[in-house]
Design a protein around this ligand. Sequence first.
Ligand code: SF4
Length: 164
Amino acid sequence: MNTTITGTQVNYYFICRRKLWLFSRGITFEKYHENVDIGSFIHDTYYNRNKKEIQIGPVKIDFFDNNYEVVHEVKKTSKLEQAALWQLKYYLFFLKQYGFEATGVVHVPEEKKTIKVELTGEDEQRIFDITGDIETILDSPAAPERLASGKCKKCAYYEFCFAE
Ligand code: SF4
């Protein structure tokens, strides 16, 4: 299994494969985008009340608690819930490879929402499929097709993808 895949790549796989491909090639507009600024603000504010993020190889974990038994991930919105859930499941899977059995919680502070996440045997099999798919996408010399523009209005890559 490719252990260089990051949580952000797993997240983008569920949002848009073109975004995954562009981001993975270092083409990034996030730092100029308003939504990303808001997300970073929420992230940083929430962190200040909790613990610092931890980098383990390619995986950057927002914070742990319970003696490293619970992994937490902070998100701006629950609209992209599937992406956030699989990002966190990937972290749990990654940690398991190193002997840490953990559960997870996705926090959406703006919506006062928390979502508990556990890793099942089926999830582990799916993660093998997902990471295999990600490798195939990244190996492709051409970017995947755009999504329909209606889904893209809030994406940092919107102008890049839809420039006339
Ligand atoms: S603008 Fe749309 S097609 Fe382009 S990267 Fe973003 S989500 Fe994907």
